[in-house]
Design a binder for this molecule. Structure first.
Ligand SMILES: [Zn+2]
Length: 431
């Protein structure tokens, strides 16, 4: 506990040599790891071997990250069916079942093989970047049952850093508050909303969140974290809260640093942003599906499509970490629509509208005229708000900024849009 109190939570790196390596060196590091895992998985994972064979590829054809484009995507959405056809793991496991330590069950159900010695660094890097330090006594309030996150990933990652885990799981809020108080616990792992429950319960119990409790760092996941909720919780407890992103299958794919500047991709993953239809890499600045490749021999997933959309950036982060970052998670691929070759997503429509308090209701309509896509944002303004050409032009500029596609704004009469109207209405026909 003492060590944690004197530690500077906002500076430093967990694995400096990895986290600060120059771009070129990271690419070479990844290419080398990629060649090894492709060799290994081709031999040891039935599913990966047959995927390669089905398109006539041999491991020697995959030398670089760019070569990954040759390998068809494996979609998370298809895992349930693939596992049914070839139980229990769909042939994606890379070791015999007798060599596993645990088997996890995620909703679907999707079964996940758990390795004997967990040594992935991603989540631990994320916790450290988010202010965790050796010696932090931490309540881990994620669910320990069935799913791999709390036990396999969070618990082990706390151990990798040198923190002490109290496996409280979810619920029993009053008991959680007492545990925090009795141990002067400094770390919290869980959802943002459960931390809010804890705050409310502690206040109800007459405790002072800053004096009676001692939380310093929070590692949150599995839920959206609105900035308003983050600042409220940070303020109430006097703690740092950082979020992370990943899946049960490919694990940590991004974590925030002190600069809250998107999510750094951990060094033990290759993350591509791709066009989900063609599998082609889109590079920085364009919205596409997050596709991950792991170096995990127990569960070697290569080109695994998460179904989530994001944008990649390689601009330097002032924290000193040199890894590329996911700007934010923009929603699900199956809700996105392609307009003039670019994906647009309901979340982007919301983002444009949220910039204008005058807007009451809105819907983006996609049409096709003379073989060209047209995008029209139909807007009902609040009754007191006047329509103007200036406002129309401002919103059209915001559409260009957020979606990178040109769109027109059309003001419509109040009551035109039905309740529960779709955010994006695609009226294109393709005869
Ligand atoms: Zn950073």
């Amino acid at each position: 506990m003492l060590k944690a109190d004197v530690a500077n939570r906002t500076a430093g790196f967990f694995k400096k040599n990895l986290e600060t390596m120059p771009h070129k060196k990271r690419v070479e590091y990844h290419n080398q790891k990629l060649r090894r895992i492709v060799q290994y998985a081709y031999k040891n994972s039935v599913a990966f071997g047959s995927k390669m064979d089905s398109v006539g590829l041999k491991p020697k054809n995959i030398q670089t990250i760019k070569d990954l484009e040759k390998i068809p995507l494996t979609q998370k959405a298809d895992l349930v069916e693939l596992q049914k056809k070839n139980p229990p793991f769909g042939g994606f496991e890379g070791v015999p079942i007798s060599e596993l330590r645990r088997i996890f069950v995620s909703p679907g159900p999707i079964y996940e093989p758990g390795e004997t010695d967990y040594d992935e660094l991603g989540w631990a890097q994320g916790m450290f970047a988010g202010g965790f330090r050796p010696g932090d006594i931490t309540i881990n309030t994620f669910s320990y049952h069935m799913v791999p996150f709390a036990l396999q990933m969070v618990d082990n990652s706390l151990h990798i850093i040198g923190c002490i885990s109290i496996p409280t799981g979810i619920g029993n809020t009053e008991q959680q508050v007492n545990i925090l108080k009795n141990f002067k616990a400094t770390g919290y792992c869980g959802t943002p909303s459960f931390l809010l429950n804890i705050a409310e319960k502690a206040e109800e119990m007459g405790l002072d969140l800053k004096k009676d409790l001692n939380l310093k760092a929070g590692f949150v996941a599995a839920e959206m974290l609105p900035e308003s909720l983050r600042s409220k919780l940070e303020e109430k407890f006097g703690m740092i809260i950082r979020q992370t992103y990943g899946t049960a299958d490919v694990r940590c794919l991004g974590y925030e640093c002190m600069k809250k500047n998107g999510m750094h991709i951990p060094d033990d993953k290759i993350v591509e942003i791709v066009d989900p239809e063609t599998g082609k890499q889109l590079g920085p600045g364009k919205i596409g599906e997050i596709v991950a490749t792991t170096f995990n021999k127990t569960y070697p997933l290569i080109r695994f499509g998460t179904g989530d959309l994001s944008i990649l950036t390689e601009t330097p982060c002032p924290c000193g970490r040199t890894s590329p970052r996911l700007i934010k998670i923009m929603g699900r691929v199956d809700q996105a629509t392609k307009v003039r070759g670019l994906f647009i997503h309901p979340g982007q429509v919301d983002e444009v509208a949220s910039r204008y308090p005058q807007v009451a209701k809105y819907q983006m309509v996609i049409k096709r005229r003379e073989d060209k896509d047209e995008m029209i944002l139909r807007i009902e303004l609040k009754e007191e708000a006047p329509q103007s050409e200036k406002l129309k032009q401002e919103i059209e500029q915001s559409i260009r900024d957020v979606m990178k596609v040109r769109g027109d704004v059309q003001f419509i009469l109040n009551g035109t849009l039905p309740e529960g109207a779709k955010k994006i209405e695609d009226q294109r026909t393709w005869e």
